[in-house]
Design a protein around this ligand. Structure first.
Ligand code: FMN
Length: 178
């Protein structure tokens, strides 16, 4: 592994992928990363639905009006749903798991992109969650938070620009508005 700092400087959202499939070892590492993510009260209330079927990926890519196109061409999508009855911090837990998956993907040299599902709507104004449920079979009681699309990169993106970090968001000792 390169240094963790280099990894996060170089990680960018990747929305275009080649047709190359992921190796079983890569898939195993990605799922281990998901299952290694910390959770509130160790509730581990996630459900990760793995989608590789091209037709299902295409259908998922229409679950929202825009910004879901990365799913259509990816090798594998991980749909993250949560058993909200287990812990009120379920959204945070899903976000941490998605981040772990994205960082593991970056470490494997793969590209990934978070596609927001919760609170979003399709071009026909249908709930994105409902569309995803219909394709994946996720039960009604489990909120669908997001989908992480993953594949071999087919676009080059610049590393993060450290000159543009939003240092004004950092408050030392006490919040200040100036
Ligand atoms: C909560 C969250 C929701 C996001 N939703 C989407 C999305 O629906 N579609 C998409 O293409 N990218 C989505 N992204 C990716 C962001 O657009 C991206 O992380 C941001 O523009 C910064 O770019 P970078 O990841 O290359 O640093 C999302 C990221 C986060 C953390």
């Amino acid at each position: 592994m390169e240094s963790f700092h280099n990894l996060i400087v170089n990680r960018r959202s990747i929305r275009k992928y080649t047709s190359e499939q992921l190796s079983p070892e890569d898939v195993q590492s990605l799922l281990e990363a998901a299952l290694l993510a910390p959770t509130s009260k160790n509730s581990r209330a996630w459900h990760f639905v793995i989608i590789e079927d091209k037709n299902d990926l295409e259908r998922l890519s229409h679950c929202k009006s825009n910004y879901a196109t990365s799913i259509a061409g990816c090798a594998l999508a991980i749909v993250i749903a949560m058993d909200e009855a287990k812990d009120e911090a379920y959204i945070e837990d899903a976000a941490v798991a998605a981040s772990y998956i994205q960082l593991q993907a970056a470490d494997l040299g793969l590209g990934s992109c978070w596609v927001q599902v919760r609170g979003r709507f399709s071009a026909d104004n249908e709930s994105s969650e409902e569309i995803v449920r219909e394709i994946t079979g996720i039960p009604d009681e489990f909120p669908v938070i997001c989908i992480v699309s993953i594949g071999h990169k087919d676009e080059k993106r610049r590393p993060q620009n450290l000159e543009k970090l939003k240092w004004e968001s950092v408050h030392i000792g006490r919040y200040r508005n100036d």
